[in-house]
Ligand binder design. Structure first.
Ligand code: SF4
Ligand code: SF4
Ligand code: SF4
Length: 467
């Protein structure tokens, strides 16, 4: 496979040798996995169009570094080695190009099987975790802003002590009131953070890739029990750092402690905000269950203002050769429709397994788009998208007699069709711009979605009711 490919499988070298090379890292900087990504819970700004083009270049992409190689450097794998598993487990693009250098027998292990054998076989889990520790973790810790000031020796020592934790959907990481002994860094996935309010659990915040949980329990004196219950939404991968190991870092690096305090204060503020405004809890729950939390640009329509004139749909079609790229239906929440339009996900699982690379990030923000010329209409992306955001479009033509693979010849030519965020248009999303009532929005994250919903809640509150 090539660098940048999304795969839902790993490889085991049963026989032969495989060469791995990092070609492009120098030009495409790796985003730190454990960066600070907290957001203002009271944010009210809505994004209705993508940022201007000249700013887009600064947006970095999630990228794994499953091998600690410098650009151009090679590593050779042999019998008994695994590769590709870090990208597959975390939903990251592969960070190296893998090429066989001899006659090889490779065993492909698909993601569900990989998860299962990792869970059931202690020996395999250890082998994969050791590989992650030696190939990747050190580099990730080094590029983590939180740990930027730590010496290489300290990070090396830390990398040896941390544990890797995998959670299944719905699995609990921590129970409110139980003894806390670790801080967790989220490598991938989403965690729900709930607290008991008047005896019932209330979802107060969530943690996603790059964030930490358990920092308040480490820092606040006299608090040694979990202040919240933490549960995985889907599959999650975490790094567990024991309080003892983290304290060793904090003793030598007060600046790390300062940053961790900022995370803790942010979390306490977010939890407190949700407790004061239970509506936020419902919004976050909806966003987590419907995938809005994954989105970097989600089309949301205010149904109380929308007149169903369909100008948004026509605007989309007229800027895309008459083929609309979204459907004005979908899940609704408190009078808002989350339209069936691509969310431009943080982890775009639609990219996994495209045989031609037709669907890809297009180097404009997080935009995922399809190159019609490369699409062979296999439907893999449409099947993979959990949000029904891709439809197979019949072009009304047939594949020519020269088409490859040969089985396509004479068959009806289908192409996968989805929102491309109008990334080639200076005018931004046509759906938003075409709405004469100003009720179509593109929201970039849960906080923006919540602010939109909250603004309506305030509007519809009866006179005299408490704000
Ligand atoms: S097509 Fe689906 S999975 Fe892919 S980015 Fe869009 S919403 Fe996400
Ligand atoms: S339908 Fe087209 S874009 Fe989608 S996976 Fe197949 S070839 Fe790729
Ligand atoms: S952003 Fe552009 S392509 Fe996407 S739904 Fe709106 S008009 Fe269509």
């Amino acid at each position: 496979f090539e660098e940048g490919t999304y795969l839902d499988l790993a490889f085991f070298v049963a026989e032969g040798t495989v060469d791995l090379v990092l070609k492009k890292l120098d030009q495409a900087p790796t985003a730190p996995i454990f960066g600070a990504t907290s957001t203002d819970p009271q944010a009210t700004a809505f994004l209705t169009r993508p940022p201007p083009r000249d700013e887009r270049a600064e947006i970095t992409y999630l990228a794994s570094a499953d091998f600690d190689l410098a650009g151009g450097e090679r590593a050779e794998l042999k019998e008994g080695d695994f590769f590709g598993e870090i990208g597959a487990l975390n939903g990251w693009p592969q960070s190296v190009t893998a090429t066989t250098t001899s006659i090889c027998t490779l065993v492909q292990i698909r993601l569900p099987a990989l998860r299962q054998i990792k869970r059931k076989s202690k020996a395999l889990r250890k082998q994969l975790d050791d590989a992650y520790r030696s190939r990747t973790l050190d580099r990730q810790l080094r590029t983590t802003p939180l740990l930027a000031s730590c010496s290489p020796e300290m990070l090396e020592a830390l990398a040896r002590k941390v544990e890797l934790t995998s959670l299944e959907p719905g699995e609990s990481l921590a129970e409110e009131g139980a003894l806390a002994d670790s801080v967790y860094l989220v490598r991938s996935g989403f965690l729900k953070v709930s607290q008991r309010v008047d005896g019932a659990p209330m979802l107060v915040s969530y943690a996603s890739k790059g964030q930490t949980v358990g920092e308040a329990e480490l820092l606040v004196e006299g608090v040694d029990r979990w202040q919240a219950t933490v549960t995985s939404v889907g599959y999650s991968e975490l790094v567990r750092v024991s309080h003892e190991s983290f304290r060793a870092v904090l003793r030598q690096h007060p600046d790390v402690e300062r940053t961790l305090w900022e995370f803790a204060v942010d979390r306490v503020k977010r939890n407190g905000y949700a407790r004061r405004r239970p509506g936020r809890s419902y919004t976050t729950d909806f966003a987590l269950s419907k995938g809005v939390v994954q989105g970097t640009s989600v089309l949301v329509i205010d149904l109380d203002v929308c007149t169903r004139c369909d100008d948004c749909v026509r605007g989309c079609a007229s800027t895309h050769e008459g083929r609309q790229r979204f459907i004005r239906e979908g899940d609704t929440f408190e009078g808002f429709l989350v339209a069936r339009s691509c969310y431009h996900c943080q982890d775009p699982v639609c990219l996994i397994g495209c045989p031609t690379g037709a669907i890809a990030r297009v180097n404009v923000g997080s935009v995922v788009a399809i190159d019609d010329a490369l699409c062979i209409g296999c439907g893999s992306c449409a099947n993979n998208c959990p949000y029904d955001a891709i439809v197979m479009h019949d072009t009304g033509t047939a594949w020519p007699e020269t088409a490859q693979p040969a089985r396509l010849r004479g068959e009806a030519r289908l192409v996968a069709s989805k929102c491309d965020l109008c990334h080639t248009s200076e005018a931004g999303p046509a759906c938003v711009a075409s709405c004469p009532h100003g009720c179509a929005y593109r929201v970039q994250n849960v906080e923006e979605f919540d602010a939109l919903v909250e603004a309506k809640r305030v509007q519809v509150q009866p006179l005299g009711a408490d704000a």
